[in-house]
Write a protein of this length. Structure first.
Length: 57
């Protein structure tokens, strides 16, 4: 049995259970779950929704 870890929507780094990451639905379309790792949040790196193309900080 293998566990599939979520990945950061910006840097594609796997998010481990104890990471200070956040997940939320796209604020524009509400259909895609966006994951943000602590580094991308700290450096305010942009993410892009794969469904609607919304870009956020």
């Amino acid at each position: 049995m293998s566990v599939k870890l979520p990945v950061c929507s910006t840097c594609n780094r796997p998010i481990l259970p104890k990471d200070e990451a956040v997940k939320f639905v796209c604020p524009n379309c509400g259909e895609v779950v966006i994951w943000r790792c602590s580094k991308c949040r700290k450096f305010v790196r942009e993410y892009r929704c794969v469904n609607c193309g919304f870009v956020g900080p």
